[in-house]
Design a protein around this ligand. Structure first.
Ligand code: UDP
Length: 321
C-alpha cells in the first residue's frame, strides 16, 4: 500500500482509545479518533492535535457514522466502562454496544475495513469457572444493574460474528480484563482510581463487601500490545487479553496504601449487586496465537499510574522537586 493505512478509533478520547491513538500514530497510521465525549476527555488526546495524520471527530456512533475516503481498520472502543456509569447512563451504554456496533460494522462492510471490537470479561458475568477461558459462556444477570453493559457487550459479540459469517466482514474480538493506567478518569469510581485518589487525599479506602472478591489487573501498555497483535492476526473468534496475576480487593487496598505511603484506613462498604466474586483470564490462547503475554508487573504498573494520579488529584499542591 503506497498510502498510510487509515484507522478509525471510536472512543478515541477515552482511556484505552487514546492509548490506541498513540500506538497507531507511532506505527505510521493515519488516525481518525471519534468520541461523543460523554465519558471521554479531550485532554487525553490534546498532545495529538496538530500532529500529522491525526484527526478528531466529535460524534455519537449510535447515529449514522461515516468517514471520508479509504478506511483500512476500525477499533471500536466507544463505551462507558465503569459500574457508576451503568447507574447514570444505562441507556447510552446499551445503545453504544448495540446500535453503535451496528453502525460500525455497517461502515466496515461498506469500506472493506477490518474491525476489532472491544468486548470484556463481563461477558462471563459472575463466573462459575475459574480462570475464565474463551469457551466459557458466562453467568450474567440480564436485569441487574450491570446488565446494561454485560448484555450490550454480549449482543455486540453476536452481531460481530453475524457480520463476519453473513457479510464476510473481517472481524476481531478482544475480551478485555480489568485494565488500568494513566488517563483513567479520576472520578470513574473504579477500584484503581478510587483507591489511589483516596490514598492520595488521606481519605478512607472504601472496600466493597469483605474484599475477598478477586480481580486481575493488566497495565494499559500490555493491553495495547495484545490488541495490536490481535488486529493483525487472522483469528476472528474472541481472545482474552489480560494479566493473570490475581489479587483480592482487600490485599490490593493494602498494596495501594503502602505504595502511596498513606495514613488512610480501610473501611467496608456494601458490595454492589452482581459484583463478580472472582475474575482471572486464562491467556493460553493469546500466548499461542499471538505470542503475547503481559510484561508489566502490578508493582511497576501501579507506580507509573500513581505518578499520573498524583498530578491529577493533588495538582499544584504537589511539592516541586
Ligand atoms: N471496589 C471496591 N471499592 C471501590 C471500587 C470498587 O472495593 O471504591 C471493588 C468492586 O466491588 C469490585 C472490584 O473492586 O469487586 C473492581 O471494581 P471495578 O469497579 O474497578 O471493576 P469491575 O471489575 O467490578 O468491573
Amino acid at each position: 500500500m503506497s498510502r498510510k493505512p487509515k484507522v478509525l478509533i471510536t472512543g478515541g478520547a477515552g482511556f484505552l482509545g487514546s492509548h490506541l491513538c498513540d500506538r497507531c500514530l507511532k506505527e505510521g497510521y493515519e488516525v481518525v479518533a471519534m468520541d461523543n465525549l460523554i465519558t471521554g476527555d479531550l485532554e487525553n488526546i490534546a498532545h495529538l492535535f496538530g500532529q500529522e495524520g491525526f484527526t478528531f471527530v466529535k460524534h455519537d456512533v449510535t447515529n449514522y457514522t461515516f468517514v471520508e475516503g479509504e478506511l483500512d481498520y476500525i477499533l471500536h472502543f466507544a463505551s462507558p466502562a465503569s459500574p457508576i456509569d451503568y447507574l447514570k447512563i444505562p441507556i447510552q451504554t446499551l445503545k453504544v454496544g448495540a446500535m453503535g456496533t451496528h453502525k460500525i460494522l455497517g461502515l466496515a462492510k461498506e469500506k472493506g475495513a477490518r474491525v476489532l471490537i472491544a468486548s470484556t470479561s463481563e461477558v462471563y458475568g459472575d463466573p462459575l469457572i475459574h480462570p475464565q477461558t474463551e469457551d466459557y459462556w458466562g453467568n450474567v444477570n440480564p436485569v441487574g444493574f450491570r446488565g446494561c453493559y454485560d448484555e450490550a457487550k454480549r449482543f455486540m459479540e453476536a452481531l460481530t460474528m453475524a457480520y463476519n459469517r453473513f457479510h464476510g466482514v473481517e472481524t476481531r474480538i478482544v475480551r478485555i480484563f480489568n485494565t488500568y493506567g494513566p488517563r483513567m478518569r479520576v472520578e470513574d469510581g473504579r477500584v484503581v482510581t478510587a483507591f489511589m485518589s483516596q490514598a492520595l487525599r488521606g481519605e478512607d479506602i472504601t472496600v466493597f463487601g469483605d474484599g475477598t472478591q478477586t480481580r486481575s489487573f493488566c497495565y494499559c501498555d500490555d493491553l495495547v500490545e495484545g490488541i495490536w497483535r490481535l488486529l493483525h492476526s487472522d483469528y476472528s473468534d474472541p481472545v482474552n487479553i489480560g494479566n493473570p496475576s490475581e489479587i483480592s480487593i482487600l490485599e490490593f487496598a493494602q498494596e495501594i496504601v503502602d505504595l502511596v505511603g498513606s495514613s488512610s484506613k480501610v473501611v467496608n462498604k456494601p458490595l454492589p449487586q452482581d459484583d463478580p466474586k472472582v475474575r482471572q483470564p486464562d491467556i493460553t490462547l493469546a500466548k499461542e496465537l499471538l505470542g503475547w503475554e503481559p510484561k508489566v508487573s502490578r508493582q511497576e504498573g501501579t507506580r507509573r499510574t500513581l505518578e499520573y494520579f498524583t498530578k491529577k488529584v493533588l495538582g499544584d499542591s504537589v511539592p516541586q522537586a
